[in-house]
Design a protein around this ligand. Structure first.
Ligand SMILES: [Zn+2]
Length: 158
């Protein structure tokens, strides 16, 4: 069974839900590769191949890009990056995980969610994670108001 899970994890992509939705209100996702580079969708071709572009805002001109057939690995490197991956991406991933777990398991105590999500992080990453209290807030906010980060269209303001 464990083997099966490992195999599965080795083919699925590590997609994190972006806190920003698309203009039409649908969810948007960021891709994190095995080296913790972060990407956003650049374009999708007719045969289902998706090209992802580097999403590092500190290096907006980075040519880094990968291409993937649909939602499964392998990740094919299209162009390399001109910088190193950053720890912020890992932190973003952990926060997205917490949000997701809090939404999916409203009866689970925030403490348990936080411990669960932080279990596989390195010391360096742990130092950059949100404090316990702000992590707890992330969990509570996800439960109480799943649309807290939803962009309200301007037209609704009178
Ligand atoms: Zn890059």
């Amino acid at each position: 069974m464990e083997n099966l899970i490992e195999q599965f994890e080795s083919i699925i992509l590590n997609l994190i839900r972006s806190s920003r939705k698309k203009k039409d209100g649908t969810e948007s996702f960021l891709l994190v590769d095995d080296f913790y580079y972060e990407y956003k969708v650049s374009y999708q071709s007719k045969n289902g191949k998706i090209t992802w572009r580097c999403n590092n805002t500190d290096f907006p001109n980075c040519p880094g890009a990968v291409s993937i057939q649909g939602n499964n690995k392998p990740i094919t490197v299209f162009r390399g990056h001109d910088h190193n991956p950053r720890i912020k991406t890992k932190v973003k991933e952990v926060k997205a995980q917490m949000r997701q777990m809090a939404e999916n398991q409203p009866d689970t105590k925030p403490r348990k969610i936080i411990l669960e999500c932080q279990k596989n992080v390195s010391d360096e990453e742990a130092a950059n994670l949100p404090s316990y209290n702000s992590a707890r807030l992330v969990c509570y906010r996800s439960k109480i108001d799943p649309y807290a980060e939803y962009d309200i269209p301007n037209s609704s303001i009178i």
